[in-house]
Design a protein around this ligand. Structure first.
Ligand SMILES: N[C@@H](CCC[C@H](N)C(=O)O)C(=O)O
Length: 262
């Protein structure tokens, strides 16, 4: 693989990542896919390579890759796990700006929770997803990366969706692919979701997906500020809209470290 290179493994609500510390050489799609392979590699929904940022006032660039070796603009849980790595390695504390392909975000490091300011998502149209013969209407939301958010009224339908295969989507509307979320209301500003991530498949959590779902849930409650609780298969995230931007929060942990074999 990349013999001798050190790695760590971490996750945020079950969205798991291989973390490659500063100094790791440039990656290739094949290397990333090999590392993320859950049977032949380390296993992960993606790779976070820690690299120096060239921007003034920003020390770190999150070089994020999906499990299939594709690049993505942004990863909400990835930023939170990246910040946990920086804190654990003694490279950052408090609030840390992190460059992503979608711009600079700010992570606030707590003992258990890490929150990240994600700007304000943009709702930019209607589309639909096809799952198991069903056509499910949804809303397009840009969180730096593309999302299609489908609101369902039936919890049994949410549980029954087969997300082992990517939901069908309008390829002209989403020329670079899309992350697809399905959610049901659980209570006031409280939802439960599942997600199929572009380049990673069904995951236990998706931070930008939670932000996209919270955006739709908040708007359907007729509000533009407030905190939406988002239950994902891997745990619970919150998304707080303060009028200026939204903040994604939840646990982020490092669980292992090791060295790649040749
Ligand atoms: N898990 C992520 C999103 C990762 C990128 C996504 N698969 C894409 O291709 O856009 C998150 O926590 O936001």
């Amino acid at each position: 693989m990349m013999g001798g290179v050190r790695f760590l493994k971490g996750h945020g609500t079950g969205n798991d990542f291989v973390i490659l510390p500063v100094g790791t050489p440039e990656l290739t799609p094949d290397l990333v896919a090999a590392m993320c392979d859950r049977r032949r590699g380390i296993g992960g929904d993606g790779v976070l390579r820690v690299a120096p940022s060239a921007l003034s006032g920003v020390d770190w660039f999150m070089d994020y890759w999906n499990a299939d070796g594709s690049l993505a603009e942004m990863c909400g849980n990835g930023v939170r796990v990246f910040a946990r790595y920086l804190a654990t390695a003694g490279l950052a504390a408090g609030t840390v700006p992190i460059e992503t392909r979608a711009g600079v975000v700010r992570a606030v490091i707590g003992d258990e929770t890490i929150s990240v300011g994600m700007g304000l998502p943009k709702v930019y149209g209607d589309s639909s997803a096809r799952v198991g013969g069903l056509e499910l209407p949804g809303v397009a939301v840009d969180c730096g990366n593309p999302h299609l958010v489908c609101a369902l009224s039936d919890a049994a339908l949410l549980d029954s969706l087969d997300l082992h295969v990517p939901p069908g989507h309008d390829e002209e509307f989403y020329p670079s692919g899309v992350n697809v979320e399905f959610f049901v209301p659980v209570g006031d500003l409280h939802v439960r979701m599942r997600v199929h991530e572009r380049g990673s498949g069904e995951t236990l959590s998706c931070g930008t997906g939670a932000v996209a779902v919270a955006t739709v849930a908040l708007a359907s409650a007729g509000r533009d500020t407030g905190t939406v609780t988002v239950d994902v298969p891997g745990g619970r995230l919150t998304v707080t809209f303060d009028g200026a931007e939204c903040h994604l929060a939840g646990p982020a942990v490092i669980v292992a470290s090791g060295e790649l074999s040749a």
